[in-house]
Each structure stands twice: as C-alpha cells, then as structure tokens.
Design a protein around this ligand. Sequence first.
Ligand SMILES: Cc1cc2nc3c(=O)[nH]c(=O)nc-3n(C[C@H](O)[C@H](O)[C@H](O)COP(=O)(O)O)c2cc1C
Length: 221
Amino acid sequence: MELSDAMRTTGAVREFVGGPVPHDVLHAVLDDARFAPSGGNRQGWRVVVLDDPDLRRQLGALCAPVWGEYLAQTAAGETPFSVVRPTSVDLAAAAAQPPPNPLLDDLAGAPAVLVVAVDLTALAVTDRDLGRPSVVGGGSVYPFCQNLLLAARDRGLGGVMTTFLARAEEQAGPLLGLPADHALVAMVVLGTPSHQPARLRRRAVEEFTTVDRFDGAPFRP
Ligand SMILES: Cc1cc2nc3c(=O)[nH]c(=O)nc-3n(C[C@H](O)[C@H](O)[C@H](O)COP(=O)(O)O)c2cc1C
C-alpha cells in the first residue's frame, strides 16, 4: 500500500470480525512500530499485550465511567477533559451512569488489546516549565502508537487508540504492574475490521497552516 494512501485511510476501527490476532502478527506490528521517533531516541515506550480476559474485563470496566464523562461533556458542547476550559458537567453523575460502549463492554472479546505506557525518566520535556499543561512529552510516544495503527493497516488489520484508561491510571496501574515513574499512554485495540472506515473527514491544509505567523495568510501551494 502506498504510504500516502495508508495515512489517508487509517481511520479509527472499533468493530471487528474474526478471532484473536495471532501473537506472531502482533509481534510483527510491534517490530515495525518500534521505528517511531522519540526525543533523544530514548524509546521510552513499554507495551503489555493483554491476553487475560478477566484483566481485559477489569480494564474495560475502569474505562466505562470515563466514557460517561466524555459523552456528557461532548453533549454539553465542550471539548472533553479540556485543560484550559472548565467543565459545566457533573462528572461524578456522568461517570456513575455510563451509556453502553460496545468496544469497552466487550474488551475481553476484542481480537487484540495492547496497553502502551511510557517511562517518564526517558522523556525530555522541553515545555515542562511554562506554567501551562505540558504537551511535548507525549510526542515521544504517540508517534509509536500511530505506527502501531499503520503497521496493523499494512497487514489488513485496523484499530483504535484509546486514552480512557489513562484517566483511571491509579486503579489500572496496579492491575498491570505499571512500574514507578511510568505513565499510561494508550490502550490500542486491533483486529480485522468489520468494514473499512468511511472516507476520513479532516480539515484542509489552508484551515490550519499559515505563512510566517499563526495569524498570517493561509498557506497555499
Ligand atoms: C490521542 C488520542 C486519543 C483517543 N482516545 C480515544 C478514546 O479514548 N476512545 C475512542 O474510542 N477513540 C479514541 N481516539 C480515536 C479518535 O476518536 C479518532 O482518531 C478520531 O475520532 C478520528 O476518527 P477517524 O480516523 O475514524 O476519522 C483517540 C485518538 C487519539 C489520537
């Protein structure tokens, strides 16, 4: 598959057909994904392949309240879990009554589930002292996660990166044996897609790219 086509068609897949993804296929996916970049090439990612159905169930249950919070904030017209805008939503109430989420509710039946963490001691976080939420550290591990999805796509698989579990890190960490100074990054679910994602909807280049300054003229060819 052309690289450009792969980038343009690797959408989120949350419904799958078929049985578990064989370990050799998962290994090959990880073997491609490991060529992701990271700050200082420190490669701080750590991955757990979740085979245990009970553990999957427990983690899915930890994610469900976060899904409730997410949906309630979305319904209120908010960016969920914004770090710069307060929420008007009663998060505790939303967490207590999460609507169904087929992916999380049947995580035990998903073809493959990977949990990605990062070793915080491996992160060079250049925006750490700015007095606003830091974003640079994630740049050393999310390219790896996207590589997982691209490597899966190359093998006819699809999947989705989810971050619900990060919100439940305090409870999920002990279940997973998360080491000290590590943070949960994502749970990536992979499998054979039940259908290919529709054409991806993304903003045009001119809508997010300007010349010389962020308030400059739209960048055009
Ligand atoms: C950092 C990040 C976090 C995400 N978290 C979740 C999540 O918790 N649950 C989920 O279902 N999808 C999650 N997604 C998938 C996004 O919803 C998806 O990439 C986006 O809606 C675009 O979907 P599309 O590629 O099918 O157009 C996440 C994606 C990213 C990049």
